[in-house]
Design a protein around this ligand. Structure first.
Ligand SMILES: Cc1cc2nc3c(=O)[nH]c(=O)nc-3n(C[C@H](O)[C@H](O)[C@H](O)COP(=O)(O)O)c2cc1C
Length: 339
């Protein structure tokens, strides 16, 4: 597709940033991951704040009826926005869910003084355009202990936990659960229709998952990678994926919107840390989308903490990217331009 370019005059300003800076930070925030690349966010521009707003029109009503994954995606966009602002020397002052009568207002970000990127945050910021969901088979090269440690620490920095499943019996049980949950989901025609609406397109849209990013068609007996995001365009018997990926389960303190937004911020910090360390990541969301499977997983892995995201990690060939909407399609309001 001939991607339409953003021009800096199409939207206003905020936080004293000039238009190029607003374009730059919102372009980075819009690079956050979201279920089926729905990009379910809007950014409200006010002179004193940037609002991150969940876009209910982009919520997946079958896979995500409660809006949990929508809030996780918005949390990921919020973390990216924070990082982008620090990159411009601004300490982001964040209020999460600041207005009780506006539940879709995920966060308000204000100017909290000056702050510079640490070397670590600088590496994370530089990784934003390079991070991708990688649905391709991984090699059997193990993820290094330094990368594991860095990803777990990234989750903790944001008030979350990344549990790495290293026990073979636990991994085997999770694999069985992933397969069962997948089978259950695709038996629901509404679920399959939703996937077909959002994935496997030819690249002519600015949202959804194009077939080129869908990865190869998994073989029918695959345990871990089961979702066909190619819109049935891949042919043949399917690819053989690794038997023993590194599985990471991200969890937070408790349930509720606040915690989901926290999980989203932690998710993006983990994913960017993975990118810095050359670790490829994809998602296994069937494990958290099917309520019974999620409950079983909570008992198996995280005890009292609700598991919110399940990641498959490893090393693989680079993955194709997914498109993004123009910043001018994401913004609401804005201060009157002065220049
Ligand atoms: C909460 C959440 C759940 C996701 N679940 C899946 C999933 O089950 N399978 C998958 O292949 N990708 C999943 N993704 C990844 C998105 O499809 C991906 O972020 C989006 O297509 C944009 O592509 P990118 O991550 O390469 O930028 C998920 C992303 C988020 C934030």
């Amino acid at each position: 597709m001939e991607q339409q370019q953003d021009t800096t005059s199409e939207f206003g300003s905020a936080l004293g940033l000039d238009h190029e800076q607003v374009l730059a930070v919102l372009t980075m925030a819009g690079r956050a991951p979201s279920l089926h690349n729905t990009q379910p966010w809007r950014f409200g521009l006010r002179p004193d704040a940037i609002e991150v707003v969940g876009d209910r029109d982009r919520q997946l009503s079958v896979a995500d009826p409660a809006g949990r994954e929508l809030r996780i995606a918005c949390g990921a966009a919020l973390f990216t926005l924070r990082l982008a602002l620090i990159g411009l020397g601004i300490r982001p002052l964040v209020s999460v869910l600041p207005e009780a009568d506006r539940p879709d207002l995920i966060a308000t970000v204000r100017h909290g003084g000056r702050k510079s990127l640490t070397p670590e945050l600088s590496r994370l910021r530089d990784a934003i355009p390079h991070r991708r969901t990688n649905r391709r088979p991984f090699t059997d090269v193990a993820v290094s202990s330094s990368a594991r440690h860095a990803m777990c620490r990234a989750a903790v920095e944001e008030g979350a936990w990344l549990h790495l499943v290293t026990d073979p019996a636990q991994r085997h049980e999770l694999g069985t659960m992933a397969r069962e949950a997948h089978t259950r989901q695709i038996q629901d025609p509404a679920f399959s229709a939703e996937i077909a609406t959002w994935t496997g397109h030819d690249g002519s849209r600015d949202d959804g998952v194009p077939a080129s990013a869908g990865g190869p068609l998994p073989a029918p007996n695959q345990t871990w990678v089961t979702r066909d995001f190619t819109g049935g365009q891949a042919s043949g018997a399917g690819s053989v994926f690794e038997d023993e990926p590194l599985i990471g389960v991200l969890s937070v303190h408790g349930d509720g919107a606040h915690e989901e937004i926290r999980a989203g911020q932690a998710l993006q910090r983990v994913l960017l840390t993975a990118t810095v360390h050359g670790v490829a990541v994809s998602f296994l969301s069937q494990l958290v989308e099917v309520p019974e499977t999620r409950d079983r997983m909570r008992r198996l892995i995280s005890g009292t903490r609700p598991p919110l995201v399940v990641l498959r990690m490893g090393h693989g060939l680079p993955a194709g990217g997914a498109p993004r909407r123009r910043v001018s399609d994401l913004t609401v309001g804005g201060a009157t331009p002065t220049s």
